[in-house]
Design a protein around this ligand. Sequence first.
Ligand SMILES: C[S@@+](CC[C@H](N)C(=O)[O-])C[C@H]1O[C@@H](n2cnc3c(N)ncnc32)[C@H](O)[C@@H]1O
Length: 219
Amino acid sequence: MLFKKSPEKFWDLIASKYAASPIQDRTAYETKIRKLKTYLTTDKVVLDIGCGTGTQCGDIADNVKQVIGIDISRKLLAIAQQRKEARQQDNIDFLQTSLFDERLASASFDVVMAFYVLHFFEDINVVFNRVHDLLKPDGFFISETVCLADKNKITGKLLRFAGHLGLLPRMNLLTTQQLEQALQNSGFSIVEKIKFSHRPDSEFTLIAKKMKDKCGLSK
Ligand SMILES: C[S@@+](CC[C@H](N)C(=O)[O-])C[C@H]1O[C@@H](n2cnc3c(N)ncnc32)[C@H](O)[C@@H]1O
């Protein structure tokens, strides 16, 4: 099966296996969730882009007013929904949709999260502009992204080639520096840059604050 035009089929295919795989560094993950919670209060509305099985949504839901998790995979979202129901977390809504869905209104989120998904978008500049638009003034964008170009260039090129052939979803070869620059170009200021895990394959968590828009006016 080729996934070039329909990456959701890849995620549907591996959904059960993905859901069963344990978090690789649980201590680092728990420290990250504690850090996330310092940006959250019970009046906040949060969007999780590429929420998968809803792990992070579930782990912050009790600290916020509402969480909306969006993803392209119907099967991953079905697992997320089951987990939400088991935890009786009525303030989470999962939508199988794109970041550009018009139901997601401008300036309606206090925090947007994106964990391990941004490298699957063709153009991160377009994504960051959209996130900027979705956030309320002074909102925060918290992301962790696979930056293959920072690490093993050969593996990165192979994965990108596999994406080009359609054997895997298409992936962008990003560096952390590119991400930081693109965030700044889209009107964000990076307030924290943290590596929670010491594992060699770990990524930075970037916490960026929405600044005034490019015309100098507060949105
Ligand atoms: C590596 S998983 C990460 C899942 C989750 N954020 C986590 O950290 O456990 C990548 C997720 O992004 C989703 N995804 C891929 N491309 C997407 C897109 N264009 N829009 C929304 N979700 C996407 C996949 O379906 C999958 O659930």
